[in-house]
Each structure stands twice: as structure tokens, then as C-alpha cells.
Design a binder for this molecule. Structure first.
Ligand SMILES: C[S@@+](CC[C@H](N)C(=O)[O-])C[C@H]1O[C@@H](n2cnc3c(N)ncnc32)[C@H](O)[C@@H]1O
Length: 328
């Protein structure tokens, strides 16, 4: 076990690379199996459990198994998650599709059943995380969203909307009738971000327009094939927890959810079975604490091409080939 004290301007944080949960730390990185780590966490300790589990689709970090067995395993993990969740806490499960013989099985459909019907939590939102780019499908429409199922354990849950409001599109709008006629009608604090989140996985900022492989140029990209953008989790951390609450990611990967928590002064814990990812998570956390981690800040607008960029112009070859919309 490695224990490290880190002095920060804002105080001192204690980081432990350890196999068991301890209240003495502010940051816990467990290199090991999720179920083993979960057993060490006392009941009703965690305010926010946020994770993206393996989807059983044969990514480098997982072995495909029978879908039924995969769901049974996930149910065991979720049972333990519910045990360690505080009564006013939230569980957010980020999932896409499981695919077998070209058939799509939407995982949130199966997880809803487990978390709501078997484990008794209440669904608050089914958030659509929409991204503009990704693999191009050939025999079905290309997938461009995943979902986050946000569940609470009781009706007395934390939810602070004001911390995550976004700018109004038309702040100058005014009421046109009633007692407020003529007065500004928008909330000056901003609007509710809604349940569709345009948080991108690949940064299309001006400076990367001319670099062919944008994926590898996202400022947060590591070797992990399925990492969260930090800003995706920041919104959940801010809305669903308070400072010094515990945030836990059972399938931590390279620690994106932990970084989102740390940036906002939460205590954080994560478990991950691949040593290489734990090492990267460790380094990213140290960089984040020193203010050195490159990241895409929460709420940064998505770049909209002006049409003048080289990459948004129609290639001359296409004009020569006279490719166009053909009548069918
Ligand atoms: C979808 S990825 C999560 C990535 C993470 N959200 C991030 O931003 O880096 C799922 C992770 O779960 C890990 N994992 C799979 N089975 C595990 C287990 N039994 N115990 C702990 N971690 C596991 C995988 O190695 C993988 O890194």
C-alpha cells in the first residue's frame, strides 16, 4: 500500500493506493476487483456512485461472457453499490449498447430493470449524452448517444440545479402578458441544462481542424479506449453532491470521475482491475491537484465550423466525380 500526503493551497489531501476503503484518506485508488473493494466500504457511506461499467462487447479490458451471466455479475456489483450508498445519495450508471450477432441490446433497458425493479431505487432522469462523432455503421444508423440512468435511494436526495444552470439562449426575452408584462422572463441564473447533454468526446476546437486524427488530440485522451470526458461527470458532481461528500467510481478506468470530484473538493474513491490504468489515474490525479492536467473545461461551447475551415469545405475530387443527391 502506498500512502501519500499532498499539500495543497486549499489544505492537505491524503491519497492512498490501497485495497480497502478507509475514512482516513481523501483519495482512494484501489487496484483490484470491484466486488472485493466494495466489501470494504461501510454501508451508507457514499453520496454519489457514478460509473460506466464494461458493456461486454470485447473491449481490451474485458472478456465477453454470456449476456445473462454478465447481467448477473452487474447485479451483484449494483447490490453492493446500493448498500454503500447514503440514503440521500445518487447512483448514475452510464451505458451504451450490447451487441450480439449484429443485434442491438440497449443496456439501459436491462439496467433499469435491475436497479428499479430488483433493487428498489427511483429513476430521476434518463440523460442522453449525445456526441457528434464516432464509428460509422454500415448496416444501421451510426450510434451517436449513450445514456446515463440517474437513480436516487430515497425522496430526500441532493439536487442543486443552480450550480449547473447554463446560459439562456435568449436572455432578453420578456413576458408579453400578465402581471409581469414587459419584464425579463428568463431566470437570470441561467436555464436548466435538460436531460440531453451535448458533451463531446472529441474536441473540435479551431486549433485541431487540420489534424487528421482528432480523437487522439482531445486534451484529455489517454490510452484508455472508453474514458469519460471529465466535464460529463462534473455536472453530476456539482448537482448531486456537496463539498467533502464521497464520490465513488467502481469501474474507475483512468480516473476521470475521480478527477471531476476532486476539482470540486469532494472525497473520491475508485476501483480498477488493470494496473496500467490505475497508474495513469494516479498520475492524472497528481497533475490535476497541481493544476497541470489538460482538460476541457465544463460548459466550454462546442466549436461550430464557420464553413471557411479547410476541413469543412467539399473536397474538389467530389465535385469532379459529380457525387450528389440522386433521385431514387
Ligand atoms: C468503460 S471503462 C471505464 C472508464 C472510465 N469511465 C474512465 O473514464 O476511464 C470500464 C473499466 O472497468 C474496468 N473493470 C472491468 N472489470 C472490472 C472488475 N471486475 N473490477 C474492477 N474494474 C474492472 C476495466 O478495466 C475498465 O477500465
Amino acid at each position: 500500500m502506498e500512502i501519500m500526503d499532498i499539500d495543497l493551497l486549499s489544505g492537505s489531501k491524503k491519497l492512498g493506493v490501497t485495497n480497502s476503503f478507509s475514512q482516513d484518506f481523501d483519495i482512494i485508488l484501489c487496484h483490484g476487483d470491484v466486488l472485493d473493494f466494495l466489501k470494504t466500504i461501510p454501508s451508507k457511506k457514499i453520496s454519489l456512485i457514478v460509473s460506466s461499467p464494461p458493456y461486454n462487447i470485447g473491449k481490451p479490458y474485458e472478456k465477453r461472457q454470456e449476456f445473462e451471466n454478465y447481467l448477473k455479475w452487474q447485479k451483484k456489483v449494483l447490490e453492493e453499490c446500493v448498500r454503500v450508498l447514503r440514503n440521500d445519495g445518487s447512483l448514475c450508471w452510464e451505458i451504451g449498447n450490447y451487441i450480439e450477432k449484429s443485434e442491438v441490446f440497449p443496456l439501459d433497458f436491462y439496467f433499469y430493470k435491475i436497479i428499479k425493479e430488483d433493487l428498489g431505487l427511483t429513476l430521476k432522469n434518463r440523460i442522453i449524452w449525445r456526441f457528434g462523432h464516432g464509428l460509422h455503421a454500415r448496416m444501421r444508423f451510426s450510434g451517436r448517444y449513450e445514456t446515463i440512468l440517474w437513480f436516487t435511494k430515497s425522496d430526500k436526495y441532493k439536487f442543486n440545479l443552480d450550480r449547473v444552470r447554463i446560459p439562456q439562449k435568449y436572455p432578453g426575452k420578456r413576458s408579453f402578458k400578465g402581471k409581469n408584462k414587459g419584464l425579463p422572463s428568463c431566470n437570470p441564473k441561467g436555464k436548466n441544462p435538460s436531460d440531453i447533454w451535448d458533451i463531446i468526446t472529441k474536441d473540435w476546437d479551431e486549433q485541431i481542424w487540420d489534424i487528421p486524427n482528432v480523437k487522439s488530440n482531445h486534451p484529455e485522451k489517454t490510452i484508455h479506449p472508453a474514458q469519460f470526458p471529465i466535464e460529463l461527470i462534473e455536472r453530476l458532481v456539482l448537482a448531486l453532491t456537496d463539498e467533502n461528500d464521497w464520490v465513488f467510481d467502481p469501474f474507475m478506468g483512468v480516473g476521470s470521475a475521480l478527477i471531476a470530484g476532486l476539482i470540486h473538493n469532494r472525497k473520491v474513491a475508485g476501483s480498477e482491475k488493470e494496473e496500467e490504468y490505475v497508474k495513469i489515474a494516479h498520475q492524472r490525479i497528481l497533475d490535476a491537484l497541481e493544476g497541470k492536467l489538460k482538460r476541457r473545461p465544463l460548459g466550454k461551447p462546442i466549436y461550430t465550423p464557420t464553413g471557411k475551415e479547410k476541413i469543412s469545405r467539399i473536397p474538389e475530387e467530389w465535385n469532379r466525380l459529380s457525387i450528389g443527391v440522386e433521385s431514387e
